[in-house]
Design a protein around this ligand. Structure first.
Ligand code: ADE
Length: 450
């Protein structure tokens, strides 16, 4: 039986904390682990000086009344209020976000597969599938992503999936799919996510050929805000592509799939590297494996914008090796109908040298947001979804799945049985830490529906 893993370190670093008795400010090493925020005198210390519980009623916010710079307060009702200062405004924001998301996670109710009715299949990938499900007690619809542990373990994606869960857990943003619950059975990991019933942008682009400049501009702006937020949390998304961008019923985007296939390059036994998934959106430095940074996401945004405006990606070939070469070397060309400002921004996003690419500086998204292409936008309004999308998906009712590929939706929405020969070789230990609410061990029959 697997339980919540408290050993995973979520965040750590030096902060300055105000003493409870003498009110002096002291530099301390802070670690958020499980549901606690520990503080130590020194980085390598084993015994903490104290522990702040990040559960139930604890709250965190900017400390408005503290003169010292970049301070925040963590209030534990009935215990005390801690005053703590980060090294910069950005550092403070990251700590507050992480504390709040840890509190959210520890307050989640226990949930298992039995709490959902499966309605239909929405999509399928190498590692599992996405199904539309309805929560039995309140009728809410969610997208349930189930991943075969066996397939994940074989492809060494286990760590990645666990990381994905943490990313989802920490993230709350209008343009990112949220993770509501996660649990596991012997064979599978399950994630209960926001259901975006407008389907994938991939589906709409293939149907319509290309999108108008107006439409691309709003999608790109919303993606910029989502990436900016992830980057502030120190997360590089790395897998930005049409298939991972969904539409809500209001026509705004939601990015999903935090790293299902994050490490697209895997090492084989003989030391050769293979690319899994499509490398179309991969930045040159990812292909060359020379280390990557947040700017790989800005490259992918450039590819995506180009594909939405033109109908085809800027570098393309069925042959992997040719595609590689094109991404690394082929001069960027535009059809004549791509508007000048869009063209200029895409050119700057597709600069091969990551250090020269727009968005690569410490300012991250700022130069992109200030590019003349986006001059018509008030970014606050974009964030608040106050810019009306020119396209709204046609949705007759909440369970209308006509915006999803029929290849999947014609399947029955059931929890299929895994390949037993594969599962026999996989250690359950690898999945400790996945469940943050409840697991579904012992569901027996539910795991053998077909
Ligand atoms: N939420 C997360 N993934 C989804 C998908 N593929 N379709 C609809 N909603 C989702």
């Amino acid at each position: 039986m697997s339980t919540i893993d408290h050993s995973q370190i979520i965040k750590q670093g030096f902060l300055v904390k105000k003493g409870a008795v003498w009110k002096t400010w002291k530099k301390r090493w802070f670690v958020i682990q499980g549901k606690m925020m520990y503080y130590y005198k020194k980085e390598k210390d084993v015994t903490p000086l104290g522990a702040i519980p990040l559960s139930e009623k604890t709250t965190a916010k900017i400390a408005e009344n503290v003169k010292k710079a970049n301070c925040f307060e963590v209030d534990v009702p009935g215990k005390r209020t801690y005053y703590i200062c980060g090294q910069s405004e950005d550092d403070r924001q990251k700590w507050i976000e992480t504390i709040l998301s840890t509190i959210r996670a520890s307050n989640q109710p226990k949930v298992s597969l039995e709490d959902f009715d499966i309605v239909s299949v929405l999509g399928r990938g190498t590692y599992g599938k996405v199904q539309l499900v309805q929560k039995k007690d309140n009728g809410t619809y969610y997208a349930m992503k189930s991943l075969h542990k066996g397939r994940l373990a074989i492809s060494q994606q286990v760590e990645q999936t666990l990381a994905e869960k943490d990313v989802f857990l920490r993230a709350r943003h209008p343009f990112l799919v949220s993770l509501h619950y996660s649990f596991q059975s012997d064979e599978k990991l399950f994630m209960i996510l926001d259901y975006a019933n407008g389907g994938e942008l991939f589906f709409h682009l293939r149907k319509e050929g290309k999108f108008s400049n107006e439409r691309v501009r709003l999608y790109a702006a919303e993606i910029v805000l989502a990436l900016e937020y992830l980057h502030k949390l120190d997360i590089v998304y790395r897998d930005l592509k049409l298939e991972n961008i969904l539409l809500s019923d209001d026509g705004h985007i939601k990015i999903t799939d935090f790293g299902l296939v994050k490490t697209n390059i895997s090492e084989e036994k003989n030391g050769t590297k293979t690319i899994c998934g499509t490398p179309e959106y991969m930045a040159p430095e990812v292909l060359l494996e020379i280390g990557y940074s947040k700017s790989v996401d800005w490259w992918s945004l450039g590819v995506l914008m180009y594909e939405m405006l033109v109908g085809l990606p800027p570098f393309y070939s069925e042959d992997m090796n040719v595609l590689y070469q094109k991404i690394l070397r082929q001069p960027l060309k535009f059809p004549p109908d791509v508007p000048e400002l869009a063209r200029d921004l895409i050119k700057k996003l597709l600069i091969r040298n990551p250090k020269k690419r727009i968005g690569s500086s410490n300012e991250d998204s700022l130069p992109i947001k200030s590019h003349p292409y986006f001059a018509i936008f008030d970014w606050e309004k974009v964030y608040k979804k106050e810019i009306e999308p020119s396209f709204k998906p046609e949705i007759k009712e909440v369970t209308d799945i006509s915006n999803f590929d029929q290849e999947f939706t014609k399947e029955k929405g059931e929890n299929s049985v895994p390949d037993v020969s594969v599962m026999g070789r996989i250690s359950q230990k690898a999945f400790d830490g996945f469940t943050f609410m409840e697991n579904v061990d012992g569901l027996g029959d539910l795991n053998n529906l077909d």
